[in-house]
Design a protein around this ligand. Structure first.
Ligand SMILES: Cc1cc2nc3c(=O)[nH]c(=O)nc-3n(C[C@H](O)[C@H](O)[C@H](O)COP(=O)(O)OP(=O)(O)OC[C@H]3O[C@@H](n4cnc5c(N)ncnc54)[C@H](O)[C@@H]3O)c2cc1C
Length: 457
C-alpha cells in the first residue's frame, strides 16, 4: 500500500531524494540510490495509482494475455524492502525550485534535497474537431487499455491514427479481440522511425494479412458523432473527404515530453529537458531522465529524446548515482526497438537510412517474404541495424554498435544467420569474453541479477 513521506517537526513531509514518476526512469534511479545510500529518505510520486509496471505490456493486457500482477516491473514488496515511500495516485502540480518544494494536487507539499523528474511523455492528440467525443482514446497507460477494453466488442470498428510503435501495439490486441481495425498513417509507410521502406513493406504485409485496412498519406480532419448520439464517436472524416464509419478512435501518434512541471522555470528545455552526461538539468540538484529528457545518443552524437524503456532505466540509474553522490556519466543510448507485429519479430536500432556519404556502407540480405536483415556502417562501425523475422543475432550486433567496435575485418559475416563470437577475430573474441570472473563474483552477480526484472521484452 502507498505510504506517505515522513513528517518533520514543522509538519511538512521532507525527503532527501524525491522522484516524480514511478516507471522505468524512476525505478532505475531509486535502485541506484539505494545501492549507494541505504539510509537517505527516498520518496516516489506518481499520478498513476499502480505499483510500477511494464508500460509496453499494456498491449498484452488489452489482448487479455496478461494480468496487472504479471506486468509488475518489480515485486510488490520492492518499495518496503528498499525503504521507499510512495505517493501513488497523486499528481505533482508545481515545483518551487529555489525553495526545494513540490506541491501535490491534494494541497500537500514535500520538501526535497535532490529531485528527479522522470515524468515520461504525454500522448499527442491533435485538436481536431470532435476529439472530445466519447470513444476517443490514447494508448499509453494501463487505464487507457482498461478503458478501451470496456469500449470494444467483436462488432466494433476502430480507427487507429498512427502507424508507429504505439499504433502497432494497440492494433494487434484490437484484432485479437475481434475488432475491425482501420489504420490511418500520415506518411507513406508504417513504422517510419524504426524501419526503412523495405522493412515497412514487410510490416504492412503482415498487417494486411491479419485483416487490418491500412490507409497511408492521410490523417483525419474531423471525428463525427452517431446519428442517435452526437456525443459518441460514429466515424471520422479523412483529409481527402472520405468518411469512415467507426465506433472508436485511438490516437497513437506518439508522445511528447511531459514538461508542464518545468514550464517557465529555470530548467532549460529543448524538445525535452536538457541534461548533461550526469543527467543533471540546468538547475542545481535537479535531474531528469527517460522520455522527458534529452539524453546523449551515441549514434547521432548529440542529445535527443530517446523514448525507449532501456534508455529510461539506464538514464535513471545514472541520475540516481549522481543524486547519491557518485560522479558517473551516461555513455549514451540510442533508439533500439523491438516489436512483435502479429508474430513477425522486428528489432531495429540507430540509423536506418544513411545519408549519401561515402563513409557509410549498407549491408543487406534484401527482403524475402518474412525476413530481412540490414546493417549500416560508418567507417566500419555499426551505426544502424534492422532485423526482421530472424532476430536472434540482433543482440550481438547491437553490442558491437554500442561499443563502437571496428568490424572492418569481419563485416562480411555480420549478416550470417549464425553470426556470433566465433566470427570475431581472436583479439576481439578474447576481449569480449574477458577473463573468467572468480566464483565469488559470479555468486554476487547472480544475486544481483535475481533482482526484480520481470519485464517480458
Ligand atoms: C504502447 C507502448 C508500447 C511501448 N513499447 C516499447 C517497447 O517495445 N520497447 C521499448 O523500449 N519501449 C517501449 N515503449 C516506450 C517505453 O514505455 C517508454 O520509453 C518508457 O516507459 C519511458 O519511461 P519513463 O520512466 O521515462 O516514463 P513513463 O513510463 O512515461 O512514466 C512516467 C510516469 O510519471 C508519471 N507522471 C508524470 N507527470 C507526473 C506528475 N506531475 N505527477 C505525478 N506523476 C507524474 C506518469 O503518470 C507516469 O506514470 C512503449 C510505450 C508505449 C506507450
Amino acid at each position: 500500500m502507498p505510504r506517505r513521506a515522513s513528517k518533520t517537526e514543522a509538519g511538512m513531509p521532507k525527503t532527501r531524494y524525491l522522484i516524480i514518476g514511478n516507471s522505468a526512469g524512476g525505478i532505475g534511479a531509486a535502485e541506484a540510490i539505494r545501492q549507494l545510500d541505504s539510509e537517505g529518505s527516498l520518496t516516489i510520486i506518481s499520478d498513476e495509482p499502480y505499483l510500477t509496471y511494464s508500460r509496453p505490456l499494456i498491449s498484452e493486457y488489452l489482448a487479455g494475455e496478461c494480468s496487472l500482477d504479471s506486468m509488475l516491473y518489480r515485486r510488490p514488496d520492492f518499495y518496503a524492502r528498499n525503504r521507499i515511500q510512495t505517493i501513488l495516485g497523486r499528481k505533482a502540480i508545481g515545483i518551487d525550485f529555489a525553495g526545494k518544494l513540490v506541491e501535490l494536487d491534494d494541497g500537500g507539499r514535500i520538501a526535497w534535497q535532490k529531485l528527479l523528474l522522470a515524468t515520461g511523455g504525454t500522448p499527442i492528440a491533435p485538436p481536431v474537431k470532435g476529439v472530445d467525443k466519447g470513444g476517443v482514446f490514447t494508448f499509453t497507460t494501463i487505464d487507457d487499455a482498461e478503458r478501451i477494453r470496456k469500449a470494444i466488442s467483436p462488432a466494433s470498428t476502430a480507427v487507429v491514427i498512427g502507424g508507429g510503435l504505439i499504433g502497432m501495439s494497440v492494433t494487434r490486441p484490437l484484432v485479437k479481440c475481434g475488432v475491425t481495425v482501420i489504420m490511418v498513417e500520415l506518411l507513406d509507410r508504417v513504422l517510419s522511425t524504426m524501419l526503412d521502406a523495405q522493412g515497412s513493406r514487410l510490416a504492412e504485409a503482415e498487417l494486411q494479412r491479419n485483416g487490418v485496412t491500412l490507409i497511408t498519406g492521410q490523417t483525419i480532419s474531423e471525428i463525427v458523432g452517431r446519428p442517435e448520439d452526437e456525443g459518441q464517436v460514429g466515424g471520422v472524416i479523412l483529409d481527402d473527404g472520405r468518411r469512415l464509419p467507426c465506433d472508436l478512435v485511438v490516437f497513437a501518434i506518439g508522445v511528447r515530453p511531459r514538461l508542464e512541471l518545468v514550464a517557465g522555470s529555470a530548467v532549460a528545455t529543448n524538445r525535452g529537458i536538457i541534461v548533461d552526461r550526469r543527467m543533471a538539468t540546468s538547475v542545481r540538484d535537479v535531474y531528469a531522465c527517460g522520455d522527458v529528457a534529452e539524453a546523449f545518443d551515441f549514434v547521432h552524437k548529440g542529445n535527443r529524446v530517446i523514448p525507449v524503456w532501456p534508455n529510461a532505466y539506464l538514464g535513471g540509474r545514472i541520475a540516481g548515482q549522481n543524486m547519491a553522490g557518485l560522479a558517473s556519466k551516461h555513455t549514451g543510448g540510442t533508439a533500439m526497438n523491438s516489436l512483435n507485429c502479429f508474430g513477425l519479430s522486428i528489432v531495429s536500432a540507430g540509423m536506418m537510412d544513411p545519408p549519401d556519404d561515402p563513409t557509410y556502407e549498407v549491408l543487406s540480405t534484401g527482403p524475402s517474404a518474412a525476413s530481412y536483415r540490414k546493417i549500416v556502417l560508418k567507417n566500419n562501425r555499426v551505426v544502424g541495424m534492422i532485423f526482421i523475422g530472424e532476430i536472434e543475432r540482433s543482440g550481438v550486433v547491437f553490442g558491437l554498435m554500442k561499443d563502437g567496435i571496428n568490424v572492418g575485418s569481419f563485416k562480411e559475416s555480420l549478416l550470417a544467420r549464425d553470426f556470433g563470437l566465433s566470427y570475431f577475430p581472436d583479439h576481439l573474441r578474447r576481449e569480449r569474453l574477458g577473463a573468467p570472473p572468480p566464483a565469488a563474483t559470479l555468486v554476487a552477480a547472480a544475486a544481483a541479477g535475481a533482482e526484480e526484472t520481470v519485464m517480458a521484452e
